[in-house]
Design a protein around this ligand. Sequence first.
Ligand code: PXP
Length: 246
Amino acid sequence: MLLGVNIDHVATLRQARYATMPDAPHAEPRVLEAARAALEGGADSITLHVREDRRHMQDADAFAVRREIPLPLNLEMGATQAMLDVALKLKPDYVCLVPERRQEITTEGGLDVAGHRDSLRELVAALQANGSRVSMFIDPDVCQVEASAAIGAPMIELHTGRFANTLGAERNAEVERLIAAATRGHELGLEVHAGHGIQIPNLADLNRVPYLSELNIGHTIIARAVFIGLTAAVREMKAAISSYRW
Ligand code: PXP
């Protein structure tokens, strides 16, 4: 199981103080330092989300990570022409297309691929032609999995937000949805990832979902890093996910 480490919240903290001067030499914490710490802790890729409103990651952060960090870069982006223009220049190894609403605190809900097949097919083709492997961030819904395969995306990332925020019978129902979606993705030849709200205590339930090859994890790693440092927090998560088998 590979671990993509989302370091957006490092930029969130920097912007809390230095939004008007994110490139100043004294603006901290530094995104590049976070990416290096994640690399040292065993991250398999670095994920960052350049949002339309640039609330945390700035374009310069993405280009610096691309240039300086010898790990695959996974750019999360909204499905817009403006973000396509950034991705065409940045040439990330992976792009994860996500829905974006300005009012949300973090990405809530998956992309409606089934409802936007034509525009998303074009976007996926443009990104893939530019050398980025594309993944669709979708709810664990078989219809969205099938639509992702139909428009030519090679990878999906299943949204685990509902899974993470429920318990008992509801959690169980979410695990069943994730199993069905992952199984369908695998049958269709898609690479299946998962992300959002994953924490060490919910990994035991997540481990029931087959065919996962990568988890994208941000919030809990950065939260833990406040107390034990980022390299140790990444190392801890890598160890926690290493028992996954299917
Ligand atoms: N995957 C995607 C597509 C996301 O948008 C996010 C949140 O930014 C994550 C994974 C990571 O979620 P979390 O920060 O809850 O671990």
